[in-house]
Design a protein. Structure first.
Length: 241
């Protein structure tokens, strides 16, 4: 039986790339979306054409009760996941002096709150079922070095790093690895509004990353070969520090 991986925010961008990459390497995929169900269904079709199983869960990761119900029901029906990729997140950029309360709350409650909301029911199920699995959380270069106009986003992504390091210590004896990936500027629709030519000049490799370059690292960390790697933050950023 193929190992099953839940990937949040997998209807587009990095999450979609992770879903397809892992499917090509034999994992069954549980896709997740909040609103964009049609895009998730397109990804599901691609996954099934590869020859693995998949399904879609739809809920808002900011909504704790919705997360708990959807995940618990899915695990009860299909069994516990081997791996989880915490990819879903939002950005609402603004300079701090004029940042709205809603911009702070939504980003923190989605990105950092989502870490808790998703993993709380999953980790308990992994422990109860003695799953020696993998947890991977997407942080960001903004969580490592900060970025103007992203105090909220940087705080949420730095918080994920702290949570990953602490959780990895708690779960190590159970052979569950917990790691973070900190992408730099990756070529997805999230960067369409930035001055791309100017930003590329700041990157030593002079290009944006590809979603598949993040997905390949996710695939490695999900593998048996990565069983001794835990509590780490690995950057994929073209040398941009």
């Amino acid at each position: 039986m193929a190992k099953e991986v839940l990937i949040t925010g997998s209807s587009r961008g990095i999450g979609k790339a992770c879903a397809i990459y892992l499917a090509k390497n034999g994992f069954d995929i549980v896709l997740h979306c909040n609103k964009n169900i049609s895009k998730a269904e397109e990804v599901l079709t691609e996954i099934k054409e590869i020859g693995v199983n998949g399904r879609i869960l739809q809920f808002d990761i900011k909504d704790r009760q919705a997360c708990r119900e959807a995940i618990s029901n899915d695990i009860t029906t299909h069994g516990c996941y081997y791996g989880t990729v915490l990819n879903a997140g939002i950005a609402k950029d603004n300079v701090f002096p004029i940042m709205e309360d809603e911009e702070w709350d939504d980003v923190i409650n989605t990105n950092l709150g989502g870490f808790y909301n998703i993993l709380k029911p999953i980790v308990m199920a992994m422990i109860e079922n003695r799953i020696k699995g993998r947890i991977i959380a997407m942080s960001s270069i903004s969580g490592l070095k900060g970025n103007r106009g992203q105090v909220n986003y940087s705080a949420s992504k730095a918080g994920i790093i702290g949570a990953v390091k602490a959780l990895s210590l708690e779960l190590a004896k159970r052979k569950i690895t917990v790691n973070a990936i900190a992408p730099g500027i990756i070529d997805t629709d999230m960067i369409q509004d930035i001055p791309q030519d100017e930003v590329k000049k700041l990157i030593p490799m002079k290009r944006f990353g590809k979603p598949e370059e993040v997905a390949s690292l996710v695939n490695y960390l999900m593998s048996e070969d990565a069983g001794y790697i835990t509590g780490q933050v690995i950057s994929v950023n073209g040398g941009l520090f």
